[in-house]
Design a protein around this ligand. Structure first.
Ligand SMILES: [Zn+2]
Length: 363
């Protein structure tokens, strides 16, 4: 761990001891006005600016500026760049180590001469320039082994190397930490994006399902409507059919009525005919009766009239009787024939009537 002392030494190395209090004012703040800094440090703003520029050279501070509307110039606002501290420390430590190494090389190569009074230390070249006498006090210079000094430089170089290693490991851990933080941030962003994506997908899925459901519902509605329409059509059809049926029934009934009437008429006609026939037969039978009666009357007359002829002769009388009997028989036979014909006629009529009746009953 780098000590506070080391940090202050570094600041001192960069811009002198005055910068330490300035950095302490800036630490943990952002955009501090240089006028406020000057006021706090109780010094001129230009002095503060000089210190800040030195820190700026090492990238230890950054600034924003704003134009003063009244005075017309820029005011600078400063922020301490904490993240750069270790980088700067490493840079400075490496510079120091380089200087030490250069010095070590210089010491190792040459001979050095010192004044007994500790006034000066000169290398061989300079010592010859001064004739191996101290330019301060005039005493004789003595050659001094620099082994001890070389050892000191070597120790300081080792120390510097150790510090650099420490700083680098710290910087490495900081970088790792930052990388981890960065990765965490990226992971979080990714996770958020994935969550968003998932949510979006879910939302889309939901919407799709909703649409499908809506479609299904609409289809069902359409189907229902179709069915209703179909039913309605069927009903209308059925109604039409029933109407047609009833009308046909009516027609049929009318027809049947008509037919019944016609049959009735026919029957009536037949009855009439029958009646006529019966009348005819009756009249016929009456006529035959009349005929027979008239014949009888005629016969009776014939029986009463002939006395004149009877008186004439018995022979003739017998002859007449014979004739009469003959006639009688003749008339009777004719009469019989006649009655048989009438009988035949009536039986024929009766047959016709029977047939008609049969027909009617059949019907
Ligand atoms: Zn001296």
């Amino acid at each position: 761990m780098i000590s506070e002392q080391y940090f202050e030494d570094m600041l001192d190395y960069i811009a002198g001891s005055d910068v330490i209090s300035l950095v302490n004012l800036l630490k943990g703040k952002e955009n501090v006005s240089e006028f406020k800094l000057a006021e706090s440090l109780k010094c001129e703003v230009n002095f503060v600016r000089n210190l800040l520029y030195k820190l700026y050279d090492y990238n230890l501070v950054f600034f924003t500026r704003k134009k003063d509307k009244i005075k017309g110039w820029y005011i600078y606002y400063w922020t301490f760049n904490e993240s750069k501290v270790i980088d700067v420390m490493i840079k400075i430590e490496k510079e120091r180590k380089e200087r030490l190494e250069a010095r070590l090389a210089n010491e190792s190569e040459g001979f050095f001469f010192v004044c007994q009074n500790r006034c000066i230390r000169l290398d061989f070249e300079k010592a010859t320039d001064y004739g191996f006498r101290c330019p301060e006090c005039g005493d004789l210079l003595e050659q001094k082994s620099n082994d001890e000094f070389i050892q000191k430089i070597q120790d300081r170089i080792k120390e510097s190397e150790k510090i650099i290693k420490e700083l680098e490991s710290e910087l490495n851990s900081i970088h790792k930490q930052r990388a981890k933080e960065e990765k965490d941030r990226e992971d979080k962003i990714k996770q958020d994006e994935e969550k968003k994506k998932l949510a979006e997908e879910k939302r889309k899925e939901k919407e799709k399902k909703k649409k499908e459901l809506e479609k299904k519902r609409k289809d069902q509605e359409r189907q229902k409507l179709k069915e209703q329409e179909k039913k309605l059509k069927e009903k209308q059809k059925a109604e039409k059919a029933s109407k047609a049926k009833s009308s046909s029934k009516k027609k049929e009934t009318v027809r049947s009525k008509v037919s019944a009437k016609t049959t009735k008429k026919k029957v009536e006609n037949k009855k009439e005919k029958k009646a006529v026939a019966i009348k005819q037969t009756k009249t016929a039978s009456k006529a035959t009766k009349k005929e027979t009666l008239s014949k009888k009357v005629a016969k009776n007359r014939a029986r009463k009239k002939p006395p004149v002829r009877e008186k004439k002769s018995s022979q003739s009388k017998s002859k007449i009787i014979k004739k009469q009997s003959k006639q009688k028989t003749k008339s009777s036979t004719s009469k019989k024939q006649k009655t048989s014909t009438t009988k035949k006629k009536t039986s024929g009529l009766k047959k016709v009537i029977k047939a008609v009746k049969n027909k009617l009953t059949k019907k």
